[in-house]
Design a protein around this ligand. Structure first.
Ligand code: FAD
Length: 406
């Protein structure tokens, strides 16, 4: 005998849990089930924000998400204030740090997951773990799932293919394709970049806390970390999907680093030519020592000589390298190391104001599975909450008032 529900949600993590709780609030008599392939719900939430869960950002409304026009409806209907109200209603308070990032007051991701999990359980949502959805068949009244479940309304909130050990293994895309949807090309995003450049080894572990990295005309500013395999740090991760896309077509791409964005090339030249020291010490007051040494090598300057011996042209060469330090990039660390997926279910096949499929009746999608992603700082979780809350509301209303309720 198949288990029958009004609403079934595939994927019990950020977006799915928010959707389920909101749907139940709006349609308290509805029966709702969540199907989760892992042994427990919300594993990825626990990994977010280094275990602190950077759950949103006060700048979310202005953030340049991909497919921003489509995302804007959900992000304004369930904006940051509304999302924090939702969290408050399930017992979770937050604080905002000086850069606008929002964290749970407990500073623990487990606090966020527990609040969602207990809210779902307390309102009677049934959760089936160790239940990977492999088959969805549209029926006259809704859907049959895995030959085991039936439902009237279905939400696929199965995430993308980033960090598969945390749950989302890309199987949601296959389910959507079998239902007739299209999925755009997928790239890892918020991921480290790899480089064949041998200089990386000598710079391993060195951070430049404020740099600009430019790839294919796109810039990102913040921390850059040199590693033995290439580049990491927030500024690098922010721009990683640009590198991933470029490397797909041309194998390698050049990353140009401005290692000192607060000074112009002329200011650096003037500054350096104004005092006398051994060249190897000349950059110690500006850059980490190992980076300074790499700059001098790149500029062809003998680090053993005194800076008195350098010509104006030598100083210019040094400042030029500081402002244009080039690293060849040949790829990324891949989906295993990525925080999000760039690309996903084609948003043209969904209604922006409901997140309902235009192709398959009674089907919704929310969260990372859609072709929407943002940068570091709480933006991706905000999209997961906003889209989940909106899809949950719309499914519940359609269930209660019928398709033409609006
Ligand atoms: C290490 C790490 C740190 C991060 N830190 C942050 C941060 O601090 N702030 C931020 O905004 N974002 C962060 N992110 C990104 C953020 O976690 C995701 O964008 C967000 O979790 C997406 O939510 P989602 O519910 O759409 O998908 P997911 O959280 O990926 O959840 C999808 C769920 O669906 C389940 N599932 C998948 N396929 C099936 C199937 N076929 N059947 C049943 N279940 C299935 C999965 O097991 C999973 O539980 C981080 C990501 C990682 C990996």
């Amino acid at each position: 005998m198949k288990k029958q529900f009004d609403i079934i949600i595939v994927g019990a993590s950020a977006s799915g849990l928010a959707a389920a709780i909101n749907a139940k609030k709006i349609a308290p008599k509805s029966s709702i089930a969540m199907l989760e392939r892992l042994p427990r719900v919300g594993k990825k939430i626990l990994a977010t924000g280094n275990g602190r869960c950077n759950l949103s950002n006060i700048g979310a409304a202005d953030h340049p998400y991909t497919n921003k026009d489509f995302a804007s409806t959900a992000l304004s209907k369930y904006n940051v204030d509304k999302t924090l109200e939702f969290f408050k209603s399930i017992g979770l308070l937050t604080y905002t740090d000086s850069s606008g990032r929002i964290y749970p007051l407990s500073n623990t991701a487990s606090g966020v997951l527990d609040s969602l999990r207990f809210a779902a359980e307390n309102c009677g949502i049934e959760i089936f773990c160790d239940t990977k959805v492999q088959k969805i068949k549209p029926t006259t009244g809704g859907f049959a799932i895995n030959d085991e479940f039936l439902c009237k309304k279905l939400l696929i909130a199965a995430g993308g293919c980033a960090a598969p050990t945390q749950g989302s293994d890309g199987s949601g895309y296959e389910l959507l394709k079998l239902l007739g949807h299209h999925v755009t090309k997928l790239f890892p995003s918020l991921v480290q970049l790899t480089s064949p450049d041998k200089r990386m080894r000598s710079l391993k572990g060195v951070r430049v806390h404020d740099a600009i990295i430019e790839i294919d005309g796109v810039q990102s500013r913040g921390e850059v970390l040199f590693t033995d395999y290439g580049l990491s740090g927030i500024a690098t991760m922010e721009i990683s999907s640009v590198a991933a896309r470029k490397c797909e077509s041309s194998k390698t791409v050049l990353a140009t680093l401005d290692l000192l964005p607060t000074m112009t090339e002329n200011e650096i030249t003037d500054f350096l030519s104004n005092f006398s020291t051994k060249c190897e010490n000349m950059l110690n007051g500006l850059l980490p020592k190992a980076v300074g040494a790499a700059v001098l090598r790149e500029a062809g300057i003998d680090s053993a000589v005194s800076s008195d011996k350098l010509s104006k042209n030598d100083f210019c060469k040094i400042s030029r390298v500081i402002k244009h330090f080039e690293v060849v990039i040949n790829g990324t660390k891949g989906f295993d190391s990525a925080q999000v997926t760039s690309g996903g279910a084609d948003v043209r096949e969904f209604e922006a104001d409901t997140l309902k499929s235009k192709i398959v009746p009674s089907l919704w999608c929310s969260g990372e599975i859609l072709d929407i992603d943002g940068g570091c700082g709480g933006f991706n979780l905000q999209w997961a909450w906003s889209s989940g809350l909106l899809a949950g509301e719309k499914m519940a209303k359609e269930l209660t008032y019928g398709e033409k309720y609006a």
